[in-house]
Ligand binder design. Structure first.
Ligand code: PHE
Length: 450
């Protein structure tokens, strides 16, 4: 496959892949999960999942993608034989579903960005609750924002790897970090903010129930974009001399750092105005507007600017992630059906828009759109993060640890012997035993078998 494009530099590789990793998973999902699951105790389990299982899993997908330099399904087939293409198909399906529900939340962020610019989020606490309920239960508006977000993503992805993805990541990622730092400083300077910092640093193990492990695992994989074939697809644009272990470690560290910063932005502000941290997915749409207003009541202009910056931050973070989810399917249809990139991108855009509309309606106008007692949106989140992602990562570990040609894997890991072998054995041990075993144990534990 010639002429597929590659990322132009090592920095571009890290920024684009970190762009995929850093998203609503860090700024929306991580804080509400942490809030619901006991703060620091959850974070400790989460870190264990990132470093013990996440980094070896990321290297797995990088190896497959960079070796094959083609779309995910074909790449897995090249490493393990035709049957293993199934991991690629599973990944493409997973990322398509994720894009569908993710776009709904990203669409809310867009709406809130405009609402904060127009000063519409200013009102007493009941007003903010009503605002969210009225907006999210409208049958048309949130659907349009969600579909709009898929379309914005479509425009970037259609531009291709260097002009679209790389350029967007180089612009948005540094901006995101700056915005985040400004917000962390503002939040930590509020009176009583210390309690929020304590919540993030002092573990309370009494809140750790058996479901916390699977939730932490799902959150770690979701946040690292692991198990969706996303990393495999991006790695197909890596240069041959990229040090894969080093890149995976850098990205995991950056992703975790940003999740912690998001916690430091949200919890000190929430505690400072006496808001409970466990308000769930609506934390950033109901709790935070109130926090901004109350915390900066003496300086309403600062509150106004902070609110705009916050929702802009969410939109940027979401966009660099939706780009990566869209790219997985786009390049698959582009290469397998021999369509132009634009046409291939349209297939994804249409499918994801339909999922987005149904998910959006399920948490609003048509709340009877439920599966297993959950709204369609929550169900898609649970299905992908807690079942499909761990399954994808598990199968990839089996493939790389037990099935793939050992010499080929070693050559790819060490870039043809030019990198030291020191970490190869540790990594191999981890993907043969630790990763699959831990995933199975966590599954068994969740379903009460263990
Ligand atoms: N990692 C992204 C986030 O944290 C979500 C994502 C999942 C992106 C799967 C790509 C694939 O928001």
């Amino acid at each position: 496959m010639s002429n597929r494009g590659t990322f132009g530099s090592k920095l571009a590789i890290v920024l684009a892949t970190a762009g995929s990793a850093v998203g609503l998973g860090n700024i929306w999902r991580f804080p509400f999960m942490t809030g619901q699951n006991g703060g620091a105790a959850f974070i400790l389990i989460y870190f264990a999942c990132v470093f013990l299982l996440g980094i070896p899993g990321m290297v797995n997908e990088f190896l497959v993608g960079r070796h094959a330099q083609t779309n995910a399904a074909r790449a897995y087939g090249q490493i393990g034989g035709r049957g293993w293409r199934v991991i690629g198909y599973l990944g493409i399906l997973t990322s398509t579903i994720i894009l569908g529900f993710y776009a709904v939340v990203a669409g809310w962020c867009l709406q809130y960005l405009f609402a904060s610019i127009a000063g519409q989020l200013d009102g007493d606490p009941t007003y903010v609750v009503t605002y969210f309920k009225t907006f999210s239960s409208d049958p048309v508006k949130p659907c349009l924002w969600g579909v709009g977000f898929v379309l914005i993503t479509h425009v970037v992805v259609s531009q291709g790897v260097e002009k679209g993805i790389e350029r967007a990541s180089k612009l948005l990622m540094p901006l995101l970090l700056v915005l985040l730092l400004i917000l962390v400083v503002a939040s930590c300077m509020l009176p009583g903010a210390v309690k929020g910092v304590e919540f993030l640093l002092k573990p309370d193990f009494s809140k750790v129930s058996s479901k916390v492990f699977l939730e932490a695992l799902g959150q770690a994989f979701f946040s690292l974009s692991l198990g969706t074939a996303c990393l495999c697809t991006y790695a197909s644009y890596f240069k041959r001399d990229t040090n894969l272990l080093k890149s995976a470690t850098q990205i995991a560290l950056l992703d975790s750092f940003i999740a912690i910063l998001a916690g430091l932005m949200i919890f000190p502000a929430a505690f400072s105005v006496g808001v409970q941290p466990d308000s769930g997915p609506s934390l950033i749409f109901i709790t935070l507007p109130n926090v901004f207003r109350e915390a900066f009541s003496a300086m309403p202009v600062v509150g106004y600017v902070i609110s705009i910056l916050f929702y802009a931050l969410l939109v940027f973070a979401a966009l660099t992630s939706t780009i990566s989810m869209h790219e997985i399917g786009t390049v698959f249809f582009h290469e397998e059906l021999k369509l132009t990139r634009h046409r291939a991108a349209w297939i994804l855009t249409v499918i994801c828009s339909v999922i987005a509309v149904f998910c959006s309606l399920s948490v609003g106008a048509y709340s009877n759109l439920q599966l297993f007692g959950m709204s369609l949106l929550d169900f898609c989140d649970f299905l992908t993060a807690q079942l499909m992602l761990p399954t994808g990562a598990f199968l990839t570990s089996i493939l790389m640890g037990w099935v793939a040609n050992r010499q080929l894997v070693k050559d790819e890991f060490t870039n043809g012997g030019t990198l030291r072998e020191t970490f190869f054995r540790t990594w191999l041990f981890s993907v043969r035993y630790i990763v699959p075993l831990c995933i199975v144990l966590i599954f068994l534990h969740q379903f009460g078998i263990l």
